[in-house]
Design a binder for this molecule. Structure first.
Ligand SMILES: Cc1cc2nc3c(=O)[nH]c(=O)nc-3n(C[C@H](O)[C@H](O)[C@H](O)COP(=O)(O)O)c2cc1C
Length: 438
């Protein structure tokens, strides 16, 4: 029987999606993790501390116990050691087929693709989802980090659990802890942030391909679930192709390609290179997912046609509009679009209420909830800045406050709808649950 998770504040973040890890990792260069936790706690504002407390510690423990008993082991047989290239590719496709070949996928997002958000996106059409990136070493060392940053439930499948790593042994130890609960263990080779440079992981391992290879091989040879990788492209196309082939040869069973280079950090400024993704798809045999420039379902269609990829990941657009995969479009993407867009049955306040209900069921730190509230109803806050100020002034959030805030926004009389295209109507039945065909 696991001990009850203490409700001490652990992590600190709101300013950046990677601050959570940053505070842990920066300090962990010189201090023990215990010291880091203590120091982080003392140096934060009261609001930061409160935001890092789970919205319900007791429920989380119950949910974790439920997940553990609900989840059955994979019938995948032995790890893929000794398999020749062709059989590995066949096996990769067999696994993908068993999962129903999901096409519409929630991308990994630190502090943002947590369980309640994944469940919300699944309700509105997402067919698979990634966890936020987890730091493999901290995951192996720290029980509180594990229990706060990785939660799942029976319905949270297919699921990719993503780690960053630079030590094959530690990565394997972390991966073994999650393999009963997921369909892929994913390695993040795409993070371009300064914290990844300092911690030597993510896209900075593109400078050390032998290490990349050994990380993938270690998992492929020892895990029962397949290994997937999420990469960025090199400036040179042939380098990208060679990289993808090396990953496949090392035992990677699925490749998600973000069509931007390590230096193209700003997704709004740089368009993802779908041609490069197409070249990767043509160069390897395993399933390939395309990432970048997916704002609505027309982009999905376009991307699948132009890249030949087997599915797409979306990140930033989903944060604003978690019903994207059900055919809903945010107002800004309707401007200049072809076809008859009309007001849909849902708006972002409806989605926020759905999200809050998932949070009540699957507790997460308040800082994650706060972040989603700002992203989901940011357009509404722009019209009613006083409501945002009221939210920001709350040192301690409650569900009651947030539900009241939604009522207030609705009572103000200005509605900001999400739109649907006539052609997408069949994917958007009254309950908001999308059908699974693109
Ligand atoms: C808030 C946020 C957090 C992110 N965290 C991760 C992460 O943990 N792991 C990862 O591989 N990529 C992460 N990314 C990158 C996205 O997964 C995705 O590759 C990128 O945003 C491009 O997709 P988009 O154009 O749909 O936004 C993050 C992106 C955002 C916006």
């Amino acid at each position: 029987m696991k001990s009850k998770i203490p409700s001490i504040p652990l992590l600190s973040s709101r300013s950046s999606c990677f601050t959570t890890l940053k505070s842990l990792m920066a300090s962990s260069l010189t201090e023990t993790l215990t010291l880091t936790v203590t120091q982080t706690h003392h140096s934060n504002s009261q609001q930061d501390d409160l935001d890092d407390v789970l919205c319900s510690d007791r429920q989380l423990q119950e949910q974790r116990e439920e997940s553990a008993s609900d989840t059955s082991p994979f019938g995948l047989g032995s790890p893929s050691r000794c398999l020749a290239g062709e059989s590995r590719v066949e096996r990769a496709w067999a696994h993908w087929a068993k999962l129903g070949q999901p096409k519409l996928i929630v991308a990994p997002m630190v502090d943002n693709s947590e369980l309640p958000f994944r469940m919300l996106c699944r309700k509105y059409g997402a067919e698979a989802a990634y966890t936020p990136m987890l730091h493999s070493r901290i995951f192996t060392e720290n029980e509180k980090y594990r229990s706060q940053e990785f939660t799942t439930c029976t319905e949270d499948r297919p699921l990719f659990v993503q780690f960053c790593a630079n030590d094959p042994e530690i990565l394997l130890e972390a991966a073994r802890r999650v393999e009963p609960f997921c369909d892929y263990v994913d390695i993040n080779f795409g993070c371009p942030q300064r914290i990844a440079r300092r911690g030597y992981y993510g896209a900075f391992l593109m400078d050390n391909l032998p290490l990349v290879k050994s990380l993938v091989q270690k998992l492929a040879l020892n895990l029962h679930v397949p290994v997937s990788c999420k990469i960025r492209v090199f400036p040179d196309l042939q380098d990208t192709i060679n990289y993808a082939r090396m990953l496949e040869d090392a035992g990677c069973s699925l490749l998600a390609v973000h069509g931007r280079t390590r230096d193209e950090k700003d997704g709004k400024k740089f368009r993802a290179d779908w041609e490069a993704i197409r070249a990767v798809k043509n160069a390897v045999g395993i399933p390939v997912l395309a990432n970048g420039n997916i704002r609505h379902m027309d982009d999905v269609q376009d991307c699948l046609e132009k890249t030949g990829a087997d599915g797409v990941l979306s990140a930033e657009s989903l944060l604003e509009n978690p019903a994207l995969f059900a055919g809903y479009r945010a107002a800004e993407s309707v401007v200049g679009s072809e076809g008859n867009d009309k007001e849909g049955k849902l708006d972002q306040t409806d989605l926020l209420v759905d999200y809050l209900k998932f949070c009540e069921r699957y507790p997460v730190p308040w800082r994650m909830i706060r972040s989603h509230v700002h992203k989901m109803v940011g357009d509404w806050f722009r019209v009613h800045p006083d409501v945002r100020e009221d939210l920001n002034s709350q040192s301690k959030l409650t569900f009651e406050f947030l539900y009241n805030m939604v009522d207030q926004l609705r009572e103000r009389g200005i509605r900001i709808p999400l739109y649907v295209k006539d052609t997408h109507e069949e994917r958007v039945p009254a309950d908001g649950l999308a059908s699974r065909n693109v």
